[in-house]
Design a protein around this ligand. Structure first.
Ligand code: SAH
Length: 299
């Protein structure tokens, strides 16, 4: 992280932006460098300045400087803020897959966040009932980890579907011949997620029935549409629920945060012989996968 402080000091000295712009800029950079740090660390590569794919520092010195571009991102220019959010995730290396960029452009995040919330900011947001919608970079990360298991015709399960955002993305990816199922244990969230999806590009899939969201305890999975090529769990489990392992197809992949205070995003692959391989992708912070009562009590 030495490089980061050097760079910000450098940018500050040479560009002397108003302090508010600088703060926005550094917050954004911190979020993304943090993410990159994990990413590169896990791949066993040193965190080098070039590997971060940051914009050329010379840009800071020109009229069309990075700060103005960042400001447009944060305040928005009213044309297509969702697309800008995706482009920024691409520029900072969070999204490398074209398919994932496409689906995140197709499903407008603003339709899934509470009214008035800053839909395109890269942070989780409260959605009521002690739940949150995950940050865009976490949605992107999970979509990329599951991409090979979200091909047209495949079956996907989204446990703790919350706002329905990721379930809608899954449905677009597996298409009308596939199956995307959300399970959420707060009935009010199920109802509002269905309203959100109805406003989105995934509405026809909901109507045709290749996309559905159900009220239930997601720790039991959703046996009716099993086995699944892809299972995503949007809440942290103390351990991997057996029912979810059982409902994973051989060749299937589950992405699930595991832990209590400290959680790892686990990538669970079921091999063709039925054996299970597990690796940790990165450390994360999710709300717990728990009972409805515990959640409504505030855990
Ligand atoms: N992917 C969702 C994440 C929502 S937060 C989104 O980005 O919108 C996690 C969700 O898991 C919450 O909505 C919470 O209500 C739900 N949840 C927690 N435990 C659950 C359980 N046992 N069964 C089903 N849903 C659960």
């Amino acid at each position: 992280m030495m490089n980061l402080s050097t760079m910000i000091a450098y940018g500050y000295r040479h560009c002397t932006p108003p302090i508010k712009q600088l703060l926005n800029y550094t917050t954004f950079l911190h979020l993304h460098l943090h993410h990159h740090h994990h990413h590169h660390h896990l791949q066993g590569r040193p965190l080098s300045f070039n590997s971060l794919n940051l914009p050329n520092l010379n840009l800071l010195l020109t009229g069309n400087c990075l700060f103005f571009r960042m400001q447009r991102f944060w305040i928005g220019n009213g044309i297509n803020k969702n697309k800008q959010m995706v482009e920024h995730l691409q520029r900072y290396g969070v999204i490398s897959s074209m398919k994932v960029a496409e689906v995140m452009e197709t499903i407008d995040r603003a339709l899934f966040v509470p009214d008035g919330a800053s839909a395109y900011a890269d942070s989780p947001m409260a959605i009521g009932y002690n739940a949150t919608i995950s940050a865009p970079h976490m949605h992107a990360t999970c979509l990329q980890l599951l991409e090979q298991n979200l091909q047209p015709g495949m079956h996907a399960l989204d446990v703790g579907s919350g706002t329905g955002y990721l379930t809608a993305c899954f449905a677009i990816m597996v298409g009308p011949q596939g199956r995307a199922v959300g399970v959420e244990h707060i009935p009010e969230l199920v109802a509002s997620s269905i309203k959100n999806i109805e406003k989105s590009a995934a509405a026809p899939l909901l109507k045709e029935g290749s996309l559905s969201v159900h009220a239930g305890d997601g720790r039991q999975g959703w046996p009716e549409c099993a086995p699944y090529d892809a299972i995503h769990v949007g809440a942290a489990a103390p351990e991997i629920p057996q029912a979810l392992l059982d409902q994973l197809k051989p060749g299937g992949r589950m992405v699930i945060p595991v832990g209590n205070m400290f959680q790892d995003l686990k990538v669970v692959d079921k091999n063709m012989d039925g054996s299970i391989s597990i690796r940790s992708e990165t450390s994360v912070r999710y709300v717990p996968l728990t009972s409805r009562d515990a959640q409504l009590r505030g855990y």
